[in-house]
Ligand binder design. Structure first.
Ligand code: NAP
Length: 291
């Protein structure tokens, strides 16, 4: 089986490359080899490689920057997703498109079902929602997999930022009134590889299980990193309200997703975020030991 991967050098793309099953021939492409905003490049890549499936891990993910860069965010998250969907449908190729919990406005207090009404608060979420809708419209056999609060040993993310700031600073304030679920990329890649084998269609939610605020997540990062020696001293971490940490983009106050349809498809319960964090930190420590 041959799979074309877009955005191969991002967090998720890197984890997909690291975990690709042996029976799959992965064709990793990044911005320099396949710019998904260029329909001719997309067609040429599909003509050249004739893949059985496409995994779209490419995205414009700078949530705050998107507020002043909407055209670019829509070009990548909406229009390019539409191009991939049209080409996948025309060629009978299975498309797995990745999306986000930021399509929701955060007004619910129970987990969002895949068919819950989306109402994004910012440009990033709106551009991703437009992409989800285009994929559903142009390629009904595709799977749209929404994930949340993604982190990995690759690229930049909240865990790595916390580790750096906790090593540099004497104290730290972290937002405590936004609730969601941290997700290790490995949970998502396990799901993606299973979906590639099963080819389900429709909208799915995939995150680790459990809930946390960014503050809870930061506290856990510090505790787990201290336990394995990735950090050597504890610093005070203070809970902040969102108003005390203003950002250009508004974020949902609650974006926990209901994952039962995904778990039914997978045949297992997704792991809790805390042991997944422990595993990712162990991987970081291993990398540090090796270098
Ligand atoms: N990160 C999160 O917390 C989070 C949460 C929920 C959902 N998601 C979703 O999960 C997916 C993967 O996110 P991620 O964290 O892996 O993002 P990421 O690290 O930012 O990776 C995205 C990749 O896409 C590439 N890209 C951007 N424009 C492109 C283009 N025109 N053509 C080809 N490649 C292009 C980027 O390249 P450059 O770096 O060179 O621009 C980058 O390598 C995305 O769909 C995202 O919306 C992420």
């Amino acid at each position: 089986m041959k799979i074309l991967l877009t955005g191969a050098n991002g967090q998720l793309g890197s984890e997909l490359q690291a975990t690709c099953p042996a029976h799959i021939t992965l064709i990793p492409t990044d911005y320099t080899t396949l710019d998904i905003t260029q329909p001719e490049q997309v067609k040429a890549a599909l003509d050249a490689h004739q893949p059985d499936a496409i995994i779209n891990a490419a995205a414009y993910t700078a949530v705050d920057k998107a507020e002043s860069d909407a055209d670019r965010a829509y070009a990548i998250n909406h229009l390019a997703a539409a191009t991939l969907a049209r080409e996948a449908q025309r060629r009978g190729i299975y498309l797995l498109h990745v999306s986000t919990d930021f399509v929701f406005d955060g007004q619910q207090s129970t987990p969002y079902l895949p068919d819950a009404n989306p109402l994004p608060l910012g440009v990033y979420g709106a551009s991703k929602l437009a992409g989800d809708q285009a994929v559903q419209e142009y390629c009904p056999t595709a799977a749209i997999v929404r994930t949340s609060w993604l982190y990995s040993a690759y690229g930049n993310n909240f865990v790595k930022t916390m580790l750096r700031l906790m090593a540099e600073r004497e104290s730290l304030g972290v937002v405590a009134d936004q609730i969601g679920t941290p997700t290790w990329t490995r949970t998502l890649t396990d799901t993606i590889w299973s979906f590639i084998a099963q080819k389900p269609q429709g909208v799915f939610h995939c995150s680790d299980n459990g809930v946390a605020s960014w503050y809870d997540f930061a506290i856990a990062i510090q505790e787990e990193a201290l336990a394995i020696g990735l950090l050597t001293k504890a610093i005070p971490v203070k809970p902040l309200r969102s108003e005390e940490y203003p950002t250009p983009a508004r974020r949902p106050a609650y974006s926990v997703m209901d994952k039962r349809a995904t778990e039914n498809t997978l045949g297992y319960t997704l792991p809790h975020w805390r042991p997944r964090l422990r595993q990712m930190l162990a991987q970081l420590q291993q990398q540090a030991t090796n270098t």
